[in-house]
Design a protein around this ligand. Sequence first.
Ligand code: OOG
Ligand code: NI
Length: 465
Amino acid sequence: MSRLPKFMSPDEVRTIFSRAMSDMYREEVPQYGTLMKLVGEVNVGTRRADPVLDGRLIANDEIERLDLERHGAIRVGTADELSTMRRLFAVMGMQPVGYYDLSIAGVPVHSTAFRPIDPMALRRNPFRVFTSLLRLDLIEDATLRSEATAILARRSIFTPACLELIRSCEAQGGLNEAQARQFVAEALETFRWHSDATVSVDVYNRLRAAHPLVADIVCFKGPHINHLTPRTLDIDAVQVGMPAQGISPKAVIEGPPRRRVPILLRQTSFRALQEPISFRGSHGGQQDGTHTARFGEIEQRGAALTPKGRQLYDDLLAGVRADVQVTSNGSNAGDYMAALERHFEKFPDDEDALRTQGLAYFRYAATGKRGADPKASLESLLAAGYIRAEPLTYEDFLPVSAAGIFSSNLGDEGQKNHRERSERASFEEALGTSVIDEIAVYAVAEKASIEETRDVLTIAAQRIA
Ligand code: OOG
Ligand code: NI
């Protein structure tokens, strides 16, 4: 007798949620729709021009996921908000992965990314949310710091029904379909834009003077989604194509340079909207003003790097930034991109080198060719065509790049190298758990694919024997 599943799968809840977010954001930020269209066109063109890439995308079920692929970002103000956010994302199968210290770039937040970790769940829907917590400790003026703390303490960013559904999910182990749909509708309220500030212009301006992000996080009713990011197969083409669509991107693409084998993550963004805001006026009145918070971004993802590969990436990037720092108006972007190309010549740019030098993680699979010795080395099995290997896609973020995205959307292209003041322990305390180590996630996925491949070869060998 077949029974209908009692609960909707977290993957499906995540899919419904990411669609609802996308629809909401497209309505709130019309340029997002324009960008999605441009990215769609570039992706079709790239697939046509690169049959090998296209074949891999199809074989890995990535075509469907290509249009689903997007990340969003929010910023919260308190430990309570962050830990409840963790519980909210858990309903959708999203776990906190990685710790990002943005203070290295003078941005007063630290962050994690809520995302699925299981390869099957990633395949179904890789939606993730870069989530930052304000570091009140970095507001130097003690009076202002306590004012911000008091303002944040007065707000509640989740609807009562949303909190109730999170509790039900935790108690029952899932949500049924009706509950899941209601959960998505209620959760959406937390991420919606609110044009009425909770403070006066005066308070807003003082917080803004401390840092524009402080004002953005503290002065509103909730952590409005500040961007959603589609995935492109050719970020350079989209960057070049944006101005013709009336979109002006940031001066440089963050991350590694263009390569034959893409690695990690390349990103670019544009400032989307200056929002009209009504601030609290005196005697219960209102006062009009503006605020810039929301933007558009695109990303291109490449291979996940091993600690050795990541170290090489970090070293080369540090070398670039020691040579050239992009100025506030972005006027020397060409010099920066040239230095990037030059330094990264030291990073091997073919899959075999990345694999044999242990720079990237790979997923292995049997090709179906018969006669393999299941115990032979991976390299000899690859060479003889019994198995194949493909780079694992990087599913996370990069702190230096994220800092560049933050800064450019605050109207400052200037790159800064600050001293690190990491506060990982306090972040994890606020979160209510430790963050998952992203390197371990890739290492496990690679190892599992190797074991599976050897099992397949072993079974095939036994059949022949
Ligand atoms: C997040 C900026 C970082 C990314 O893709 O690296 C980011 C924010 O502005 O809140 O989204
Ligand atoms: Ni982003």
